[in-house]
Structure formats: structure tokens, C-alpha cells
Design a binder for this molecule. Sequence first.
Ligand code: MN
Length: 233
Amino acid sequence: MIPGWPSLPVVGGEPWPVRRIWCVGRNYADHAREMGADPARELPFFFAKPADALVPAAVDVPYPPATAELHHEVELVVAVGGEIESLPPIEALRRVFGYGVGVDLTRRDLQRSAKAARQPWALAKGFDHSAPCSALRPASQIGHPTRGAIELSVNGELRQRGDLAQMIWSVAEVLSELSRSIGLRRGDLLFTGTPAGVGPLVVGDRVAARVDGVGRLAFSIAPCRHGLGAAGP
Ligand code: MN
């Protein structure tokens, strides 16, 4: 492994190197509505974050530059454990290594202007430190969660609460669909979308996220370090 390569802890296991980070957009109907979209069951769509946007469990997240509207999106994170290429949902699910709890941090102001200008979301979604994620729990221990609370609170106040059963596209279906376009490999992470209640974070906020049966993630928003030579987790 390259020294400093991003990895996640595994509950009861060795650190798990992360290869790529994929994300699915608008996968809970109530969040699609709050973003002004129609939650009809259109095919899922995808975007990516660089692997080194990962912030492993319990490390604080610096406020990013170039935004005045950093938003939280709590998500179930899937860790791919094998090769998935144009596989049906049931086969794709068999190649899942495990699960974690992540927050898809988003520069909402940049995303809004990108949408308006029909430009890519790269800088709205793929900035440094934009992918905090908990330790992984192997599917061999917890199975493949399909229901259970998914929640995020800020400074002890509940902001997001949904249930995994509200996903428009299941984990198996999302993996299968993504695998039609790209080859998923061991080390790839997939952020599977967020329920309603996304909102802003400011420096000093304490974020706590959890998914029933999967785990917990807690971090604070630290002052911006950009320009001080501290890029990367
Ligand atoms: Mn998201």
C-alpha cells in the first residue's frame, strides 16, 4: 500500500484501503422533494469524490474554502469487496464487503450554481475532507441492512431522520446499475443517498450520525485550514 493512502478501520479487522468513492444522488423521495426534484423512480444517477476526500472515523473536518453553505447529508456507505461488472442485483450484493456510516459533505451554494449553469458538481461534492466515514462493519457480521433508522444530529439536535427502507433504489439495485457503466473493484465505496433534513454546518458544530445495526460517526467542524498547506486528511 502507498504510505498515506486513504483507508478505513474495520471493526474486528485490518485497515481497509479505499480505491474510489462513488455517490448516488436523490435516493430518498423526501430528500428529492426538498431539493425541488420529482422523486419518480428514474434510473439512479452518480457522481464521485476523490479517494483522498475520505476522512476516517473520529477525525475532525475542517470547514472548506470557497463556500458559505456547507451541508450535511448522512448516508449508508457500502464497501465493495470484489469485482462487480454488469451484474444483476443479487450477484452485486454478494460482492459487498461491509457497511459504514458516512456524511456526503456538500458545498450547497456551489452545487446550486452548477445546476443553474449546467456545469459538473465536482467542486460542490469532491473537495478535500468531503467524505467523513465511520469504521466498516463486515457483512459477514451484520448481514445486508435494508431497514433501520438513519439519523444525523448537530450539537445534540436531530436534523435528519429516515429509514433505510425509504431508499428509492436498494443497495443491490444501485450497485448493479452503476456496474453497467464502470467496473467496481475491491476498495470502492458507494455513498447511497440521504434522507430529508439536509442543512448547514458552521465551525464548532458537533455532528453525530448513526445507522441502526451499522454504526456511528461523530466529528466536529474545525476552522478552515486551506492555504496553510494542510490539504488531505
Ligand atoms: Mn448525497
